[in-house]
Design a protein around this ligand. Structure first.
Ligand code: SAM
Length: 222
């Protein structure tokens, strides 16, 4: 099936994802810098872009930058007075991301904050001028998916859209023998989505060039 999934992904991208040299350039720069190819797929980046536009997001938070590929997709969706904050633990990855974001022409609206995201989020909460985010994309260490989800609610508002990546992990999330930190982090995030009355949520499985995985979507409703 993998060949079919890849063929359909190619068809989707060829049909519906406009070519953008800044995005392909970012992927080339990531490869040249030796970054893992764990960015979102182009059609997934386009989904994030569309979600940001559909929700009329002006303030976006991304947790997990890598080389800035998804950050560029999100920045493309923002109005001129928009702002994207993206959090990355690795200084090396952040350096590549800053360069890619600069080449894409978005340095003026994107802040790459370097450090463990939980520390950065705690610092952001203390900052007097902390903004409330309209959309949050969670794509860092999956063992903290639940923590990042709770921070997203804290730093959001009614109407904030939250997207969590990699919530299926090849089906491992439902394997009772899989007690890896990442699978447990996803399960805990699902518990939060199920029990926190402030959230309405669902999740969708995906197949394609990035394998069998999925996204969860949550809306802050109160
Ligand atoms: N969102 C990116 C994209 O689609 O282009 C991909 C992000 S990649 C899947 C996950 C990133 O999260 C890696 O660059 C990793 O270094 C970063 N990361 C892992 N643990 C982190 C932490 N505790 N705080 C901040 N970033 C972290």
């Amino acid at each position: 099936m993998t060949d079919s999934f890849n063929a359909v992904d190619s068809w989707i991208c060829d049909s519906l994802v406009p070519a953008d040299s800044t995005l392909t350039g970012a992927l080339k720069a990531n490869a040249a810098a030796g970054l893992d190819e764990i960015d979102v797929a182009p059609n997934q980046g386009r989904m994030l872009y569309l979600l940001a536009k559909m929700s009329r997001a002006k303030r976006v938070l991304e947790i997990g930058t890598l080389g800035g590929y998804s950050a560029i997709w999100l920045a493309k969706a923002l109005p001129a007075d928009g702002h994207l904050v993206t959090l990355e633990v690795s200084p090396e990855n952040a350096k590549v991301a800053k360069s890619n974001i600069k080449n894409a022409g978005f340095s003026h609206i994107v802040d790459v904050k370097v450090g463990p995201a939980l520390d950065t989020l705690a610092q952001m909460e203390k900052d007097v001028l902390t903004e409330q985010f309209d959309l949050v994309f969670i794509d860092a260490d999956k063992q903290n998916h639940h923590n990042y989800l709770q921070w997203s609610v804290k730093l959001g508002h009614v109407g904030t859209v939250i997207v969590l990546d990699n919530v299926v992990r090849g089906g491992r999330v439902v394997d009772p023998n899989d007690h890896t930190a990442s699978a447990e982090g996803v399960r805990k995030a699902f518990e939060v989505m199920k029990n926190d009355k402030r959230l309405e949520s669902t999740a969708i499985q995906t197949v394609g060039t990035k394998g069998w995985d999925g996204f969860a979507f949550a809306l802050v409703v109160e």
